[in-house]
Design a binder for this molecule. Sequence first.
Ligand code: LEU
Length: 453
Amino acid sequence: MSERDLRPGGREQWASKIGFMLAAMGSAVGLGNIWRFSYVAGENGGAAFLLLYIAIIILIGVPIMLAEFSIGRKSQSDAVGSFQKLAPGKPWVTAGFLGVASAFIILSFYGVVAGWTLKYFVSYLTGGLWSEPADGYEAFFGGFIGSSVEPVIWQFLFMALTVGVVLMGIKKGIEKANVILMPTLAILLIIMSVYSLTLGGAQEGLAFLFAPDWSVLAEPSIYLAALGQAFFSLSLGMGALITYGSYLSSKERLPGATAGIASLDTVFAIVAGVMIFPAVFAFGIDPSSGAGLVFIVLPGIFDQITGGMLVGIAFFFLLAAAGLSSAISLLEVAVAYFMRKFSWTRKKTALFIGGLIFLLGIPSSLSMGVMADVTFFGLVFMDGMEYLSDLFLPLGGLIIALFVGWGWKKAESLEASDFGSSGIGAFWLFLLRFVAPVAILLVFLAQIGLLDW
Ligand code: LEU
């Protein structure tokens, strides 16, 4: 890094506005849009879930995303340091600690799933998946994730890549990687969606995704699932966007960036749905079959396409890359915090924290096999970690909304967000002060069964 990249205080900055946008989009778009969105939507009834999800994005997700960017840019510090700087001695810093904890929790299992995508990429590359395995794609996937050693090796490789990029620093590492990969992934997803629609399950698949069966809304758990997925997919409540915002200079316009990032992320998820669900029905798979959905359905699609192995190579490469740009943002949360806290070098911090998170992820990987009987809250380890993130992220978001809505002076919030005195700024504050907190609280109450309807 050259001298010019550092400001007084020695922190880095994005090289350009587009670099920031791409990195934030890279954080948002990842396995969450494809792997997690499709299986959570599949488990929660499809279309009604999607509408609930979109409503949450607009009313809760977008306002909180802008709040996170505003906090980060204003404080020019990491997730914890931001609150300590902006509101010293106040309890708001809880949101920062929750963010760092969430980054650990999420990256631990995210690395496992991203490792699966690496395995699939390499299997396509080397011919292992060019034709359907003798006992089918489902058994292949089950056999792979259920084994003890191999998935952990892939998880290790993925974590090593993540650490490698974070080691290089935000500009050289994080900013560069996203420029080519993201648009390519978008194009491939669209092509695959169009193809998926020709497989014979188009009508059922589209109906599942777009024709709501409202009765599923009577199930209280759908609300936490949609809220948790919205936070996960937009990278909210985990400190990532505070941290990325802190590498911004004050020249940028935050509301436009926020709207762009949130829309893109949502479009990615919907296109992924259009790619997956028609194929799910064409192949007679149960949409609620869980976390393996894309790993079972997509190879089925590639199998039908002439030259499908090439598409398979490209797709799993891009999926792993999208996962990498998200994983980087998670690791950066923890690295930025510990670097400042203990005055460690970036290198030492990235290696140490990355190693710790890798170890924390091993039980998640094993919970697909030898540890399948070990449960907490009635869930296997990996599902338990996901459930914990469904709780932590909105909780962090709630505190952030209250902090910017009530903890800051109105003029301060409006200035930090670039809204100035515009009417839309007042509406944003209204969402942060009332709508988002009340909605999040209601979802929590519904989840613990205190809300009866
Ligand atoms: N937003 C990312 C995704 O959708 C995940 C996050 C945990 C960094 O994959």
